[in-house]
Design a protein around this ligand. Structure first.
Ligand SMILES: Nc1nc2c(c(=O)[nH]1)N[C@H]1C(S)=C(S)[C@@H](COP(=O)(O)OP(=O)(O)OC[C@H]3O[C@@H](n4cnc5c(=O)[nH]c(N)nc54)[C@H](O)[C@@H]3O)O[C@H]1N2
Ligand SMILES: Nc1nc2c(c(=O)[nH]1)N[C@H]1C(S)=C(S)[C@@H](COP(=O)(O)OP(=O)(O)OC[C@H]3O[C@@H](n4cnc5c(=O)[nH]c(N)nc54)[C@H](O)[C@@H]3O)O[C@H]1N2
Ligand code: SF4
Ligand SMILES: [Mo]
Length: 817
């Protein structure tokens, strides 16, 4: 393929421009996925220009970005979708919904729907061809369902119920697709749970408990109450496109914006201060700032005493809290066996204390103890500012300046998932939490930490419904994607034993989106049956034995919960293209054929109605009738949620927990686990992405990715108009790294390490930190000249959290001659 062809997904530039938005001539002859659109472009253009509004249906993008689903009106004329416009959702006070805009990707959903990349029919890989060769034959739904379920029965009889694994993804969060979990549970199949973003989310949950409305401490709107906003490990102008205006508005109101990132992002270009940091060292920077704050008298004792576990006494011997039972005052484990704090030379139950100590070391009945806050402070003080400066590569004076700004007013940390993508990302999040707890920048409006994920409607739209009635059913095991290849390779993962022989992939594109792609390709190859249900011919679908066509968002009604202030009920605007069906219908067909007729009796509407027949919805005033009438119902508190103000930690102690007594790893994958070390913040270098790592002399470049405005993961990859704006992948590198390797702008380069390689173009960029290279996220294999960027990354995890550690990756680069 020539370069021009490659950059436009296989079409020459001329034919590409001529066929943008699926002109019939773009159709690859004979391919069953490539299809003539049901409406040709000129007809749709004509329809779009008639000036009439057409029929309007309430719909939503489901980009899995920002606030996860900007609401739309889609306009239909003569059965064709011709336009997308923005509904004006308002908050109860009459103000505009702050979480809805339509970005450039959003408007291309029409083109996406009519794209030649849709899967049109159920298809079976042609017998005698290999997976991935792309030879398909069209079959009927009856054949597909009969053949797939016959094979499932055979495999389950031979290898056990758990030998079929269901792998979901982050795809589009909608209640229809979640229904797939019902089939998996009934079949006793193994569920593979994807681990992207997991370290970040688990760090939050471990600290706050599974609070209902937010995964972070403050909802985004609360930034408008802040004096300082630290954008720290997030790239919101690309990844939270429709939410970034809140940062801009806060700035207009006078807030100072500080960006801490290894690369000079667009947000950095708009900020008051940019601090380039060495990757993987954020926890240390936070510790340095906390140290300075304490030195300068900004320790907030009251906050530690009341909102956190700060005063709880920790026994030096075993790291457990000192309780009344340790002193013979209560029966161990009884309700009265309360945790003790130190006040006026005595250890007393925490709920009787007025002004407990948060610092110091004490002896109680011969037992050496320290308040948990002191344990944290000791860990922080193990690091001196010079060492912190050396490791973070930030001058001491800058760390001092950051601390001074942070303590100068109400400060918010706006973080994201950049820090999550290192194996020990919790050291960064927990470092930030320590800074918040010590300085008291929390539990009040304008101060705290915010990350995309405020999820009121998730509870309202009961996502547990698909399995809630299955109390008599024994579901299969759940394994995290970070250990799924291990399970396939060895049949074991901790306590789980399963001989996985069949995969059902839905709502995700694991090959290419999960780290260490070759392990995933091998896992797919080891299967006797791979089924992929998708709207599009994704990279994973190309490795399937059967593909099942899923209806596009506008071709079904659905409920969208999560990352929004509104619960939304979308309306089917047009009939599904070709033979596509909503996941709900697909799962119902498969479930009935597996013998679960009496468990799949609902229609999609009945199921969606059931989703809002729950107490949380009733309390929020959300009813099916209202949803039918209003489409989107505000189901969130009017004031931004701030944990510690209008929502409270749901931890065992009822407080924010920076110390964890007896913490366990997220999953037992047979790993060693140092419970004492993990009980409280500490810092160690990333597993791989570190200049003192033994691989560094061979592979001295840290490979990270960034979000791109024109893609959400791989979901908008085949939209021609976006391809025109963003035609091919390239690696960004600093002038210094380019010079050292004789690389010039536009050269073709090869990145490689022990795991794999990728060949693509190089772009030299001054905003790139020397030693760090960047490829934007979301490309699939056909986009690269050779290889795949996910062949570089590692699946290895930290013992505590199951993560996907895309950025914890070293490689080298050379010019391709
Ligand atoms: N357009 C678009 N938007 C999206 C998505 C998409 O694919 N496309 N995906 C959505 C999803 S699922 C997610 S999880 C989010 C993720 O979006 P973000 O939370 O913004 O995460 P990333 O873009 O992965 O990384 C954020 C920033 O962290 C920086 N970074 C990398 N390493 C370090 C480090 O060691 N320290 C510090 N301080 N910074 C570091 C990166 O340079 C980057 O600027 O975006 C969502 N929004
Ligand atoms: N190198 C690198 N890799 C990364 C990241 C990174 O920063 N760098 N980020 C990671 C992160 S944070 C995330 S969240 C993951 C995302 O990883 P994935 O969840 O695998 O992301 P998508 O590419 O969006 O794949 C979603 C698939 O689901 C399909 N789909 C959409 N809606 C539906 C539906 O209703 N039903 C069905 N059956 N299918 C549907 C889409 O067509 C698409 O093929 O990527 C991760 N991968
Ligand atoms: S892709 Fe754009 S329009 Fe769609 S949800 Fe994301 S930000 Fe909104
Ligand atoms: Mo993500």
């Amino acid at each position: 393929m020539s370069e021009a062809e490659r950059s436009t997904g296989g079409l020459t530039r001329r034919s590409f421009l001529a066929t943008t938005a699926l002109g019939a001539s773009a159709v690859a002859a004979g391919s069953l996925t490539a299809c003539a659109s049901q409406v040709d472009e000129s007809t749709r253009d004509e329809l779009a220009q008639t000036g009439e509004e057409g029929e309007k249906y309430f719909q939503s993008c489901m980009g899995n970005c920002s606030s996860c689903g900007c609401p739309f009106w889609v306009h239909v004329r003569e059965g064709k979708i011709v336009n997308i416009t923005k509904p004006d959702l308002t908050l109860p006070d009459g103000s505009k919904n702050p979480y809805q805009e339509i970005c450039v990707k959003g408007y291309t959903n029409i083109e996406r729907m009519y794209s030649d990349h849709r899967i049109k029919y159920p298809m079976r890989r042609v017998e005698g061809t290999k997976r991935g060769e792309g030879e398909w034959e069209r079959i009927s739904w009856d054949e597909a369902v009969a053949e797939i379920t016959a094979k499932w029965n055979e495999l389950q009889q031979k290898y056990g119920r758990e030998s079929i694994a269901f792998i979901g993804g982050s795809g589009n969060s909608n209640n229809s697709v979640f229904y797939t979990g019902r089939l998996a549970a009934l079949m006793g199949a193994t569920s593979c749970s994807s681990t992207y973003d997991m370290t970040g989310m688990m760090s939050n949950w471990t600290r706050m408990g599974f609070v209902q409305l937010t995964n972070s401490q403050n909802e985004y709107r609360d930034m408008l109450n802040s004096d300082n906003i630290f954008i720290w490990g997030a790239n919101p102008t690309e990844s939270m496109i429709v939410d970034y205006h809140l940062v801009a508005e806060a700035k207009e109101k006078g807030a100072k914006i500080i960006v801490i990132d290894p690369i000079f992002t667009t947000a950095a270009s708009k900020a008051d201060m940019f601090v380039p940091i060495r990757p993987g060292t954020d926890g240390l920077l936070a510790a340095g700032m906390a140290q300075i704050a304490m030195r300068d008298g900004f320790m907030d004792k009251k906050n530690l005493q009341t909102n956190t576990v700060g005063p709880f006494l920790v026994k030096e011997s075993d790291g457990l809290y000192l309780r009344l039972s340790d002193l013979g005052g209560a029966e161990a484990g009884s309700e009265d066996d309360r945790i003790l704090v130190y006040e006026g030379s005595n250890a007393i139950p925490f709920d009787e204390a007025q002004d407990p100590e948060v610092e110091g070391a004490f002896e109680v009945n011969g037992i050496a103890v320290k308040p948990a806050a002191q344990v944290l402070i000791d860990r922080i003080n193990e690091w001196d500012l010079e060492t912190i400066s050396e490791y973070t590569d930030i001058p001491v004076a800058t760390i001092e300046e950051l601390a001074a700004i942070y303590t100068s007013g109400l400060s918010m940390i706006f973080t994201g998932f950049g820090l999550d993508h290192y194996a020990n990302g919790q050291t960064a999040y927990e470092g930030m939490f320590a800074l918040l707890d010590i300085t008291g920048q929390e539990c009040k409006h304008g101060a705290g930490i915010t990350v995309a994920d405020f999820s009121a409607p998730t509870a309202v739209g009961n996502l547990n419904l698909p399995t809630a009635d299955l109390t008599d059913v024994m579901p299969g095991p759940t394994v995290y994607s970070s250990h799924f290849p291990q399970l396939v390779e060895t049949g074991e993962c901790g306590d789980i034993k399963a001989d996985i022989k069949g995969l059902y992939v839905y709502n995700g594109n694991p090959i290419g989106n999960l780290p260490e792609r070759q392990r995933w390709v091998s896992a797919f190859e080891a299967m006797e049956l791979v089924v992929v249900a998708d709207i599009f011919m994704s990279e994973s679908a190309t490795y399937a034995d059967y593909v099942l066509p899923v209806a596009f968002l506008f071709e079904r009604s659905d409920m969208i919960a999560g990352q929004s202030l509104f619960l939304k009920l979308t309306e089917k605007a047009v009939e599904p293209s070709f033979e596509a069906k909503p996941d709900f219908d697909i799962v119902t067909l498969l479930g009935k054929a597996m013998g679960f007729e009496d468990r799949f009796t609902l229609t999609l509407d009945e199921y969606l109605e059931g989703c809002v027949s729950n107490d949380v919805a009733t309390a929020a005033g959300v009813t099916w009738e209202r949803l039918k009438e209003e489409h989107a119902v505000f189901s969130y508190p009017e004031e931004p949620v701030v944990v510690g103000v209008n929502e409270f930690p749901l931890t065992a102690t009822g407080r924010l927990e920076f110390y964890h007594e007896g913490i366990l790893p997220m999953a037992n994958a047979g790993q060693e686990f140092d419970q004492r070390k993990e009980s409280c913040w500490f810092w160690e270098p990333p597993l791989e992405a570190w200049h003192e790592n033994e691989k560094f002399s061979q592979y001295p470049l840290i490979f990270i990715s960034e979000r791109c405005k024109f893609k959400t993961h791989t979901m908008f990859n085949h939209v021609s108009s976006l391809q025109e704006l963003d035609p091919e992948p390239f690696v960004k590198l600093s002038p210094k790294d380019a010079e050292a390797r004789g690389i010039a702008e536009g050269d073709t380069v090869r990145l490689f390490n022990d795991r794999g390689y990728v060949v693509l173009k190089a772009v030299i960029n001054n905003g790139c930190r020397p030693g760090v290279i960047v490829i934007d996220h979301g490309w699939e294999k056909d986009a690269f000249i050779e290889g795949h960027y996910s062949d570089l990354t590692s699946i290895e995890t930290w013992p505590r959290y199951e993560g996907s550690n895309y950025f914890d990756c070293l490689c080298e680069m050379e010019k391709v001659q």
